[in-house]
Write a protein that binds this ligand. Sequence first.
Ligand SMILES: [Fe+2]
Ligand SMILES: [Fe+2]
Length: 231
Amino acid sequence: MKIGLYADPHYANREKSGERRFNKASLQKIKDAYAAFTAAGCELAVCLGDLADSDRPHEQELENLTLLSQTIHSFHIPTFCIMGNHDSFSYGAEEFYRVLGGCEPHDIHTPECDLIFLDACYFSNGARYARGDTDWRDTFLPDAAALGQRLAACGNKVYIFMHQNLDPEIPEVLRLSNAAEVIDIIEKSGKVRTVFQGHHHPGHRTVRNGIEYVSLPAMCEYDGAYEIIEL
Ligand SMILES: [Fe+2]
Ligand SMILES: [Fe+2]
């Protein structure tokens, strides 16, 4: 199964935010990525979060998301968009996926491998991020035990996709507050090959205890920041 991956486009209707988030340029970069996904015959594309950045007023944010939706759907590759903290700051989950016209991730099980999609846009107290109420320093996977049950139902080759980080080498502030518990669950399953993440804009790769952690470089900061994987 060939999958096109990208992370952190942070698209908004302005040239730049912060030092090096080139928000507007990400739209063309998304088009370039999907052209490469199409040429490679990808069956699925996955945005690993922070598809959009905040804008003002909210009508502009909705316009931005509509443009992203039109762009993504014009390529006719089924796409899953995992919500990132920036998406959650601008849109509630219902609004995000309604305006995107789908793209809500769900686990995929095939005879060869299983794909699990995690949403860690939660505070450590278990409350979900809400529009205008998020904290990039506080990210959490609620009901981690349920992940153990999902893994138990999978074969021996599992790939996990998420926005925030589990990678033990990435700065702690970017990692789930219950990362140690989640890592323990996935290590004990003995099934997880790779965890694909976004959020850490420089990107990073770590292998620990037989599990590969891949954080993609942020599309808004780098050129050619997408990856085609074959599982
Ligand atoms: Fe980001
Ligand atoms: Fe993020």
